[in-house]
Design a protein around this ligand. Structure first.
Ligand code: NAP
Length: 472
């Protein structure tokens, strides 16, 4: 397939191209055009023109557009899944699951468009309000700049594009340099679905130049970013008065109480800790298990993790493939070694072959190690024992992140005690932090971010209320 840059309804070639490689074995899979700041300017102008059209579309028209995009994504499911698997290196079964989640995100965006409304303001409750009627309507912001990471290149894009279109905005998108293929394919179906030219523009290229140009562009009204904390911090510092939402990292924790149903918990910890080799912002990274059941839990987890199939991402049987780069795998290996040197015990796995890390489990991991405090983004999980639930909650809260956390218990009061005390954007009772349904409100506290996604919530971020007040 030839990839071209979709800007203003045209498909552009660029002077330079970039080779996209399969992270698993570094084999070349595609040549993509490489954008630059001048193309960002061109894309922003095209988006402004499209925004002027889209703001006059009714909620019904925007919802129908999103439904048509969903129908085309369903038609092209196989092609999208292959592209996502190749660019990310995730197993094909997980890539298919990402496309299916993308469909849910589009469906939720279409519903969000149909339900978008303002409210009646009880203006005569104010002493000066007599004789007046007031209401708000929701209006689009205009042009939304979206910047996405490598790990869920299709669904995370749809989490921004869907609500942006639902709210009547146009978009300029800077995907991750490593994973631009699904975005370039998505632009084809957005056009085929009948979006105005320039409604969805993609500019590939490095974050340092192309991303920065988008963040600083005076023609952009809002930046919605998903990625790491350092880049999120830099974006917020440079965005000026633009609205900014940030979906950042995490180091997901789950508490396993003595009465937990381990038959349910162990497979979910495996799914949450090792899915896409742990490269999800809500992966299970830290398990705090009550000391009375710790040995039993560890034995069961080791047995389950040692059964995971490691292999080429295109193989139907592969459950673990590679990390995104060799450097990322080297970093995970280094943090694991450092934790072991500081006293952690490696129960299984952790060794590296090129960009692939064999799924691993550590225990007795020092709480002040990078393995526990930072975001690992690899297929290893720490299992530490605790005696007292309050102490476990303190440990969950003891890092700078706060995206989602989980607790397994049959005890309602303890479950809600944890839910109230844990500082995170979401607490999952009898589940791992990795659970996400695409319609739910999703986002972080502390350094995990600002703002909420989930189309119904994101569309509020991407529109603003306008007051209309009538004086009789
Ligand atoms: P990243 O390094 O922060 O990159 C994210 C995006 O920002 C990429 O498109 C990158 O471009 C771009 N970028 C880099 N520097 C920039 C700059 N100075 N100005 C503007 N844009 C810039 O993140 P990643 O490694 O791709 O993804 C992993 C991170 O994303 C993890 O921390 C993970 O937790 C987080 N994440 C969060 C969520 C959530 O919903 N909270 C979901 C998924 C992932 P390049 O192509 O040049 O790198």
């Amino acid at each position: 397939m030839t990839y071209l840059l979709p800007i203003g309804g045209e498909w552009l070639q660029t002077e330079t191209t970039d080779t996209i490689r399969l992270p698993y074995d570094d084999s070349p899979i595609a040549e993509v055009p490489q954008g630059n700041p001048a193309l960002v300017d061109r894309a922003v102008s095209a988006a402004r023109a499209a925004a002027a059209i889209l703001e006059n579309w009714t909620n019904y028209q925007r919802a129908e557009l999103l439904d048509r995009i969903a129908a085309l994504l369903r038609r092209d499911r196989t092609g999208f899944a292959n592209a996502v698997s190749s660019e990310t290196g995730k197993p094909i079964t997980e890539a298919r699951a990402e496309v299916d989640r993308g469909l849910q995100t589009l469906l939720a965006s279409s519903i969000a468009a149909r339900e978008l409304h303002g409210e009646v303001v009880p203006i005569d409750a104010a002493p000066t309000g007599a004789g007046r009627l007031a209401m708000t309507i929701r209006q689009p912001l205009g042009v939304i700049g979206i910047i996405t990471p490598f790990n869920f290149p299709l669904n995370l894009t749809l989490h921004k594009l869907g609500p942006a279109l639902a709210g009547g905005n146009a978009v300029v998108h800077k995907p991750s340099e490593q994973t631009p293929l699904s975005a370039l394919m998505l632009a084809r179906i957005v056009q085929e679905a009948g979006a105005p030219a320039g409604a969805y523009n993609v500019v590939t290229g490095p974050g340092e130049t192309v991303g920065s140009a988008l963040v600083e562009s005076p023609g952009v009204d809002m930046i919605t970013f998903t990625g790491s904390v350092p880049v999120g911090r830099a974006i917020r510092a440079r965005a000026g008065l633009k609205k900014v939402t940030l979906e950042l990292g995490g180091n997901g924790a789950v508490i396993i109480e003595p009465d937990a149903d381990l038959d349910a918990a162990v497979p979910r910890v495996v799914q949450g800790g090792y899915g896409y080799s742990g490269q999800s912002c809500i992966s299970v990274q830290r398990v705090y298990v009550h000391e009375s059941i710790a040995a039993n839990f560890r034995d069961r987890l080791v047995a389950a993790v040692e059964k995971l199939n490691v292999g080429h991402p295109a193989e139907e049987t592969s459950q673990i493939a590679s990390l995104i780069t060799v450097q990322a795998a080297e970093r995970v290996e280094q943090w694991t070694r450092q934790a072991a040197q500081a006293g952690a015990k490696i129960l299984t796995g952790g060794d590296r072959t090129r960009a692939t890390i064999r799924p691993g489990i550590l225990t007795e991991v020092p709480e002040d190690s990078r393995f526990m405090r930072e975001e690992l983004f690899g297929p290893l999980v720490a299992v530490n024992a605790y005696r007292d639930l309050d102490r476990a909650i303190e440990l969950v809260n003891g890092t700078s992140y706060g995206l989602q956390a989980g607790i397994y218990t049959q005890h309602l009061q303890r479950a809600f005690q944890a839910a109230q005390k844990i500082r995170a954007g979401g607490v999952l009772i009898n589940d791992v932090p990795t659970f996400r349904a695409d319609l739910m409100p999703y986002g972080g506290t502390k350094e995990s971010g600002l703002g909420r996604e989930g189309p119904r919530y994101a569309v509020q971020e991407m529109t603003e209320p306008k007051l209309i007040c009538w004086h009789a």
